[in-house]
Design a protein around this ligand. Structure first.
Ligand code: F6P
Length: 359
């Protein structure tokens, strides 16, 4: 039977979203189904006429597989259950969105998002009786029940490349170079890129640091005859007293940022080293997807269509033990995945003598 399915991207963009959209459109087309792209996440359904675009495999013939971002647009603010209105009040606009879904006459919707988006989409799906499947994406790699989310591999590759580019300056100027990376409350990007990029020190929010230990590591590096050090710090690392570093943006939106600069001052004083900071920021999200992210996106997209075919809803596709599987979206949201201190990569870092701030 022919079906009409919707697809939307929600939350922060990342590399590989277009590859996932492409995979869904291709897999649906193979079954003779039509795919409707909903624009700007759920925001596209808040307009009187839902903002959509019919998608066809031919749309993806050119460069789109290779491009970062999302051709559908996205949003990571404006929870429809408490939507910020121009007068400063919050309004429940969720029914406008569920009505929008109904107007489109969709048999099912593929939501590509992170845990925050999935929490909202699941609530909308329950309220509007919408058949939904989820594809996990986030550079933070913090969604539970899946070992990988679209965008993470690319973000790690970009951060690793940044370390490759910082090392020559570090060595030429006898400096301590600090790279502040994203990741929200999980230290996966810092840990992975730090190991891959040869960092001497990696600070992640899951491990409390001691400035004396960091200074001692830099002293050991210098004593060994090396004139520079590389350090990676996750944006959510706090001060020694536990204070967060946040910036406030337009509309009062708060985001992490600033810990690298704070630590640079402390480390320079403690070690008498010239210290510089690079804040990598959104560069981690916009690059062309790595081949791993393209593969993951393709496999996730195909599996999402398969789940719809089987009428298995409220499920998220996931990568576990070298296989694509599906899990309950609610379980994935509940199992937030920060860095576990017994993780192989934590052990690897310690085995290589990388300072994680606590020893
Ligand atoms: O969740 C992805 C992420 O890039 C985080 O790593 C970061 O803290 C946040 O989004 C930045 O959000 P924004 O794009 O709104 O600045």
């Amino acid at each position: 039977m022919t079906k009409k399915i919707g697809i939307l991207t929600s939350g922060g963009d990342c590399a590989g979203l277009n590859a996932a959209i492409r995979a869904v459109v291709h897999a649906a087309h193979q079954k003779g189904w039509e795919t409707i792209g909903i624009l700007d996440g759920t925001a596209g359904l808040l307009c009187e006429v839902p903002q959509v675009r019919v998608l066809h495999p031919n749309d993806f013939d050119g460069n789109i597989l290779r491009q970062g971002g999302t051709i559908l647009g996205t949003t990571n603010k404006g929870n429809p259950f408490a939507f910020p209105m121009p007068d400063g009040t919050l309004k429940d606009r969720s029914y406008e969105i569920t009505d929008g879904f109904k107007k489109l006459g969709l048999d099912a919707v593929v939501g590509i998002g992170g845990d925050g988006s999935f929490a909202i989409l699941s609530k909308l799906a329950a309220q509007g009786n919408i058949n939904m499947v989820g594809i996990p994406k986030t550079i933070d790699n913090d969604i539970g029940k899946t070992e990988a989310s679209i965008g993470f591999d690319t973000a790690v590759a970009v951060a690793t490349e940044a370390l490759d580019r910082l090392q020559p300056t570090a060595a030429s100027h006898d400096r301590v170079m600090i790279l502040e990376v994203m990741g929200r409350d999980a230290g996966h990007i810092a840990l992975n890129a730090g190991i891959a990029g040869g960092a001497d020190i990696i600070l992640i929010p899951e491990i409390k640091y001691d400035l004396d230990k960091i200074a001692a590591k830099i002293a050991r590096v210098k004593k060994s005859g090396r004139n520079f050090a590389l350090m990676v710090v996750s944006e959510a690392v706090k001060t020694e007293k536990g204070e967060k570093f946040e910036m406030t943006y337009y509309g009062g939106e708060k985001r992490y940022g600033g810990i690298g600069q704070y630590l640079a001052g402390k480390i320079a004083d403690a070690t008498e080293s010239e210290t510089r900071v690079t804040v990598l920021g959104h560069v981690q999200r916009g690059s062309p997807p790595t081949c791993n992210d393209r593969l993951l996106a393709s496999a996730f997209g195909a599996k999402a269509v398969d789940l719809i075919d089987q009428k298995k809803y409220n499920r998220m596709v996931a990568w576990q033990n070298r296989q694509i599987v599906d899990v309950a979206i609610a379980d994935a949201i509940a199992a937030y995945q920060e860095v576990n201190l017994n993780d192989t990569l934590v052990q690897t870092a310690r085995a290589l003598g990388i300072c994680l701030g606590d020893k």
